[in-house]
Design a protein. Structure first.
Length: 366
């Protein structure tokens, strides 16, 4: 619009100037070049200049319009490719959700080049390939995902690890997750998957080392109760393995390696004490159970306490009788006292405690 206005103004000025000069009838223009001369009235010279200007403007306008048309065509073609890519991506994702794995991966892979998010296309194509057991295609799509998007190493690594876990490739998944963790040490999903892998590999020591970080991580989707259950399971399995493979010394060392908080849980103390009793380490079992009962009374533990043996049995009896002051209605405590009294040859007291335990149990049933 501004160009047309400029042409109009220049033309108008030139016409006015030509009219004035023509009316006066004077003046001429002389052009000399290489021995040739051309003489013409000023009016003709002005009109020629104006004509050349108009021709130049028209040529420029034509070229500009031609380039604009080319850009429009290129833009239109690019937009068409994007729309087609979006349509294929949508179809591929729908097929993925529906479980049509082969169609899903082919659609997603074809649409990747024209997708604004090729990483998503390749990662879901890899998942679809894994679902039909095509490991070679999985590796290929993950490699393409890596080439398509910079800074997506964690996302790609997590996808690879998840697929390896789904296929029970736990050693490979562990290697993948450890590599990813070097890049994102506190990533909650990395920690969650590592906990799963350590559990599957029965690597209880590494699981126990990992759990504090998992407990602090936000967004892992693992509740405190689930973490506590994992810790309890890991502790008990570690004790079981040590008991099975190495005897008393190995069991004692395994107990020392447990987290401090875990060694204050009644169920873990009970597990350790039972294993000590099975090994004949009754004195060690008494010490462990007594320390826990000092902290917190537990009916299951007090029953175990009656099957242990102290260096000084009289002190063991005194400790149990002290517990009776606040737990007189616990039948298991009376059973424990009966056993301790029996070992001390206090048979009348033993009989009294055992009869009382029977009465309490009958009362509880009634």
């Amino acid at each position: 619009m501004r160009g047309m206005l400029l042409v109009f103004v220049v033309t108008l000025v030139a016409m006015l100037a030509s009219y004035v000069l023509l009316a006066r009838g004077d003046g001429y223009v002389l052009l000399a070049m290489s021995g040739y001369t051309v003489e013409m009235p000023v009016v003709i010279a002005v009109l020629l200049v104006l004509l050349l200007f108009l021709l130049l403007y028209m040529v420029i306008a034509f070229l500009r319009g031609l380039l604009g048309t080319r850009r429009s065509v290129v833009g239109w073609a690019r937009n068409q490719r994007r729309q087609k890519g979006l349509s294929r991506t949508t179809q591929g994702l729908i097929a993925f959700v529906e479980g049509r794995w082969d169609f899903a991966r082919r659609s997603l892979a074809k649409a990747a080049d024209n997708s604004s998010t090729p990483l998503v296309n390749y990662l879901f194509a890899a998942r679809a390939s894994s679902a039909i057991g095509d490991a070679k295609a999985v590796d290929g799509f993950l490699k393409q995902a890596e080439l398509s998007t910079e800074g997506a190493d964690v996302a790609i690594g997590l996808t690879q690890a998840e697929l390896q876990i789904q296929n029970a490739q736990y050693e490979q998944a562990l290697a993948t997750l450890l590599r990813v963790r070097k890049q994102s040490n506190h990533h909650p999903i990395v920690l969650k998957l590592l906990a799963r892998v350590y559990t599957e590999l029965n690597d209880w020591q590494q699981l126990l080392k990992l759990l504090p970080a998992l407990r602090q991580a936000k967004g892992s989707g693992v509740s405190d109760a689930e973490i506590a259950a994992l810790e309890q399971s890991a502790c008990r399995e570690l004790l079981r393995d040590a008991d099975k493979k190495g005897g008393h010394e190995a069991l004692a060392n395994a107990w020392k390696q447990l987290p401090t908080a875990a060694k204050k849980r009644a169920v873990i103390v009970a597990d350790y004490a039972e294993r000590l009793i099975e090994q004949g380490q009754l004195v060690d079992a008494e010490t462990v159970v007594r320390n826990q009962l000092h902290r917190l009374y537990d009916s299951d533990l007090v029953e175990i306490y009656g099957r242990t043996l102290a260096d000084r049995p009289e002190k063991q009896l005194a400790f149990a009788e002290k517990l009776l002051k606040s737990q007189k209605d616990d039948a298991r405590l009376h059973i424990a006292l009966g056993r301790i009294c029996s070992r001390l040859n206090k048979l009348d007291d033993a009989e009294r405690y055992l009869q009382q335990s029977i009465a309490l149990e009958e009362h509880a049933v009634a």
